[in-house]
Write a protein that binds this ligand. Structure first.
Ligand code: PNS
Length: 168
């Protein structure tokens, strides 16, 4: 009998996009369990607080019984060791992602050779979508409706109009 494969999908998720959802959808079919791991304190001024990002991800992934949402701090490989995960999943959209992703994957392998990084390609419509560009488009009044989950779109609208976004 083989042990269950636990994978970690780490990132900032500020905000979660349909590209992230697509990767989780694929990953949830490939791995026994997958943890969406949101990095604490990644940016000095994120758009969404970590609590808001956790709430959004939990809601969006609630229909996946093998997907968990968690936060982590410090080295990713230490978090993987602590969770006993053997795989790190990263989405690879274009050649421009490659250099940074390769550097990160090889550094993580150097730090912990027991954890394998697996790259997954999102569906074509999401290959140009990033959290950064979504925030920019929304700030300038553009629509991102087909690029982020409807909950994220709603929360982006709330942010823009200065409304509190964390539901009690
Ligand atoms: O969504 P992002 O911002 O591209 O995710 C980057 C993330 C969170 C995966 C990366 O910054 C990370 O793993 N940070 C934890 C610190 C760490 O382990 N650094 C050493 C490996 S490069």
């Amino acid at each position: 009998m083989t042990a269950d494969t636990l994978a970690i999908y780490p990132g900032s998720f500020d905000p979660l996009t349909n590209g992230h959802v697509d990767i989780i959808d694929r990953g949830s079919r490939l791995f026994d369990r997958i943890i969406v791991a949101i990095l604490l304190n990644v940016e000095k001024s994120p758009l969404f607080t970590v609590a808001e990002r956790v709430e959004i991800a939990r809601e969006v992934f609630s229909k996946y019984p093998n997907v968990e949402v968690d936060t982590f701090d410090g080295l990713l490989v230490e978090y993987a060791r602590h969770r006993r995960a053997g795989v790190i999943v990263r989405g690879l959209r274009a050649i421009s992602d490659f250099e940074y992703e390769m550097q990160m994957a090889l550094m993580n392998r150097h730090l912990n050779p027991e954890v394998e990084t697996v790259f997954m390609m999102p569906a074509e419509p999401y290959t140009y979508v990033s959290s950064r560009i979504v925030k920019e488009v929304v700030a300038l009044g553009g629509s991102v409706s087909s690029l982020v989950p409807s909950l994220v779109e709603e929360r982006l609208r709330d942010k823009k109009h200065g409304r509190a976004t964390l539901r009690a």
